[in-house]
Design a protein around this ligand. Structure first.
Ligand code: PEP
Ligand code: MN
Length: 345
């Protein structure tokens, strides 16, 4: 349910509503708008009709149900697009804003493989215009015999690359017990497709004060994805970025089928930023630039792209990784398309 406060409701009246909602066993998620405060009350769906009685309280204008199952990720609670701000890395540098008109590119290798590889990758993607460095230190591989990542050593190398280049760092976390360690090094935590419905992991990253990139599971609907975002948000972390990274279909020419329609659909259903991963979305290097262009045109708020100094030598996902020169070409396209739409890069 959403409690809509009257314009000009006093802080004491708002506080009183919070107390009542909590007494009934529901969580309080307020948005303080310019005109009025809107309070989402979420919790056990059974018995939520009791919240209707809040309409009698001073300062309350109305109590309305949220019809969608994803209460905080949907547009009933919040209509304006969410922006996520990464604070400046060095005093005086500009912060980085994700969502609502600005376009962000995250790029780098699938895995952190060693110091030279990650530093060279970081310099190359920075030179081409990326703002965020990607690289896995903990890899959720389909086979237990595939490279599993450098773990903490990989995190340290990512931090060194950030220091060297001024790029922010995004990296995946696969286990609740690693969250604090990964959050100590990363600016954004990635939840991979295979873990999109690892609810224990989602709840734990919901308690972290870092943005979360949530990748769509390979057999998940948009509703599933938004419900997974809800798991994170219900713990108080509202900084969630949704990522379309391709789903499994009967088509086997590509590794996955990149669902471009997910971008405008998610923008209709949710206020959260939406980015596209054309690398896992296709699995084929030659298809990455065309799908990246389609993502921009479809209104994506950004891209996450795999780029490797020598893709043929990559420990993972070489076949879908761009060569540095191809990434320069991709960025030139992105710049043109984003400008055409009056957005900023
Ligand atoms: C990755 O980003 O390298 C990755 C493993 O992605 P996904 O979870 O989308 O497969
Ligand atoms: Mn990968």
């Amino acid at each position: 349910m959403i409690v809509v406060m009257k314009p000009g409701a006093s802080p004491a009246q708002i506080e009183h509503v919070f107390d009542k909602v909590k007494e009934m066993g529901y969580q309080v998620h307020p948005i303080y708008g310019e005109q009025r405060t809107v309070v989402a009350c979420v919790g056990d769906e059974r018995g939520k009709s009791r919240l209707q009685a809040l309409e009698m309280i001073d300062g309350v204008e109305s109590v309305v149900p949220i019809l969608k199952p994803y209460k905080l990720a949907g547009t009933d609670w919040k209509r304006e697009p969410t922006t996520i701000t990464l604070k400046e890395l060095k005093p005086g540098d500009p912060p980085l804003v994700i969502g609502a008109g600005s376009f962000v590119v995250m790029a780098g290798p699938c895995s952190v493989e060693g110091e030279e590889q990650i530093l060279r990758s970081a310099e190359q993607v920075k030179q081409a215009g990326a703002r965020i460095l990607r690289g896995g230190a903990y890899k959720p591989r389909s086979s237990p015999y595939s490279f599993q990542g450098l773990e903490e050593e990989g995190l340290k190398l990512l931090a060194r690359a950030r220091e060297r280049t001024g790029l922010y760092v995004i990296t995946e976390v696969v286990t609740p017990s690693d969250i604090d360690l990964v959050a100590a090094y990363a600016d954004i935590l990635q939840i991979g497709a295979r873990n999109m419905q690892n609810f224990a992991l989602l709840k734990e990253v919901g308690k972290v004060h870092k943005p979360i990139l949530l990748k769509r599971g390979m057999a998940s609907t948009l509703k599933d994805l938004l419900l997974s975002a809800e798991y994170i948000m219900s713990q108080g972390n509202y900084d969630v970025i949704l990522c379309e990274r391709g789903i499994r279909t009967f088509e086997d020419y590509t590794r996955n089928t990149c669902d471009i329609s997910a971008v405008p659909a998610l923008h209709e259903l949710s206020h959260l930023p939406v980015i596209v991963d054309p690398s896992h979305g296709t699995g084929v290097r030659s298809l990455v630039i065309p799908i990246a262009k389609a993502a921009v045109a479809a209104g994506a708020d950004g891209l996450i792209v795999e780029v490797h100094p020598k893709p043929e030598e990559a420990f993972s996902d070489g076949a879908q990784s761009l060569e540095p020169g191809q990434f320069i070409e991709l960025m030139a396209w992105v710049r043109k398309l984003v400008q055409l739409e009056g957005r900023s890069l």
